[in-house]
Design a protein around this ligand. Structure first.
Ligand SMILES: [Zn+2]
Length: 486
């Protein structure tokens, strides 16, 4: 029998049940919070508690769902029954957890916030190292050394069913139509400085959105998970709340809309302001673009494509920060016959990037514009504008974008006077693509992320995680890409 079990009286430790009376022999004299100094030897209580611990069923435990009492739906002071996995409020004499322990003969409960474990109805706190794995699954923690090794780890972990999984490359449940959130979460969870920040910082006093994203990132990288997949349910609930139901888990939305909203929300919640580098989000993603514009004076004899800046008239220059770069696809050709319809139009990434070369003019609403990058962020997000809406329906441009997976030179789009002395070469680290027809719920989103240690790409579509040949990534209808400075 385990002699390390340490029982602490509910009266001494309890915050809520001062009226609590124990039916079992009082243990006050022996109780302590220091597990090393006092051990209970084989008495009735410790035998019982060992029996209770033996009845804990880890297969029934799932801490991914919203932490609310299954009876009262309250989110305050919620405990999980470690025998059946259900959540109940409180542990006092009139609490739902207390009644559950009496009616179901289930006796071990964990406080989902403090991670303290209690035996009910007695109310003893139990400190037993055999429960640490449960606490870890509920709230995975990592040391800086462990985080530094995440990308090198090629060792598979095994879940409770002995199914192997690779930490960091696990599927996310699609509760109903949240693939558009899943792909964004996966992409962000594979940006090392962002991931490390959300794993290592303490967000106790931060917003629910920040806390739940942090927990989800930890769970994705958890090497000791009970199951080799994670449900983003808790974060989804908070996304719905925080966005005033603009983003729902039961209705597909556009991942680029969600990504913009999410990054801006995290930035604000982390205390970010308009000042440069005021949050980790801006430190990682924020760049600067210079846009020069000139009013167009109508010249009927000039074809649209031949328009150019008139050096004799005023050119207005404006610098603005950006978190992502919008890239326009050329309109797909109008094919005449059935054979031609099978030809998939293609364009080089460098062609659509020429929008930022400082020379190529774009025309919109009577203004001619040319853009150039002034500051390159460490991580560049491209939004390849594939979807348009007309009055009738959503339309999708099927053009395939050709790109080098490594060593994209962004120097050509950076102002030559830029004082930055950093590399202008970037490697792809995440690629979100769309498959199927445009319009809500008609297509699906997938994401490609890379395991750096193995130099292996993975395709993740909700719960399906598969190794993919890097060559296959080029064939996908890329929608959002994230590139990393070398
Ligand atoms: Zn139970």
């Amino acid at each position: 029998m385990n002699s390390e079990i340490n029982i602490v009286s509910g009266e001494k430790r309890g915050h809520e049940e001062s009226e609590f009376e124990s039916k079992r022999p009082r243990l006050d004299n022996q109780s302590t919070t220091d597990s090393s100094s006092s051990s209970l030897y084989l008495d009735t209580s410790s035998i019982l508690i060992n029996l209770y611990i033996f009845k804990i069923n880890r297969h029934m435990l799932d801490f991914d769902f919203e932490k609310v009492c299954s009876v009262s739906l309250s989110n305050l002071n919620v405990y999980a029954c470690l025998v059946c996995g259900k959540y109940f409020q409180g542990r006092g004499r009139n609490s739902h957890a207390y009644f559950h322990s009496l009616h179901e003969d289930h006796h071990v409960f964990i406080n989902l916030h403090t991670l303290q474990v209690y035996v009910l109805p007695d109310g003893y706190e139990v400190k037993d190292s055999s429960l640490n794995d449960i606490k870890y699954v509920l709230h995975p923690t990592f040391t800086e050394e462990q985080v530094a090794l995440l990308d090198q780890n090629t060792k598979h972990s095994y879940d409770l069913n002995n199914k192997k999984y690779l930490p960091g490359f696990v599927g996310l449940n699609n509760v109903k139509a949240n693939d558009y959130v899943n792909v964004v979460i996966q992409a962000l969870a594979h940006i090392p400085p962002l991931r490390d920040y959300f794993i290592l910082q303490n967000f106790e006093n931060s917003t629910q959105l920040v806390q739940r994203f942090s927990i989800l990132v930890r769970k994705i990288w958890n090497p000791q998970a009970f199951k080799g997949q994670v449900s983003p349910h808790e974060l989804l609930q908070e996304i719905s709340n925080a966005s005033n139901k603009r983003f729902k888990l039961a209705e597909q939305s556009d991942p680029i809309d969600f990504l913009c909203w999410f990054l801006n929300s995290l930035h604000k919640d982390l205390g970010g302001t308009k000042k440069q580098n005021s949050s980790i989000i801006h430190k990682i993603f924020q760049g600067e673009v210079k846009v020069e514009s000139q009013m167009i004076i109508a010249k009927t004899d000039v074809e649209e494509k031949d328009r150019s800046f008139d050096v004799d008239r005023e050119i207005v220059a404006k610098r603005s920060p950006f978190l992502l770069l919008n890239l326009d696809l050329p309109p797909p050709p109008l094919f005449q016959d059935e054979v031609e319809k099978n030809i998939i139009p293609q364009v080089a990434l460098t062609t659509i990037l020429s929008k930022y070369d400082g020379r190529t003019p774009q025309e919109s609403a009577g203004t001619l514009k040319r853009s150039q990058l002034v500051h390159l962020p460490n991580y560049i997000i491209f939004h390849i504008k594939r979807f348009t809406k007309n009055n009738w329906a959503a339309e999708k441009n099927p053009t395939i974008v050709n790109f080098p997976i490594k060593n994209l030179d962004m120097g050509e789009y950076l102002e030559s006077s830029s004082a930055e002395n950093l590399s202008t070469h970037y490697d792809l680290i995440a690629n979100i693509c769309h498959e199927g027809k445009p319009g809500k719920g008609k297509g699906i989103y997938k994401v490609h992320v890379q395991h750096r240690g193995k130099d292996q790409w993975y395709q993740i579509q909700d719960l399906i995680v598969e190794e993919i040949n890097a060559q296959m990534i080029f064939l996908s209808e890329s929608y959002i890409q994230i590139w990393e400075r070398k």
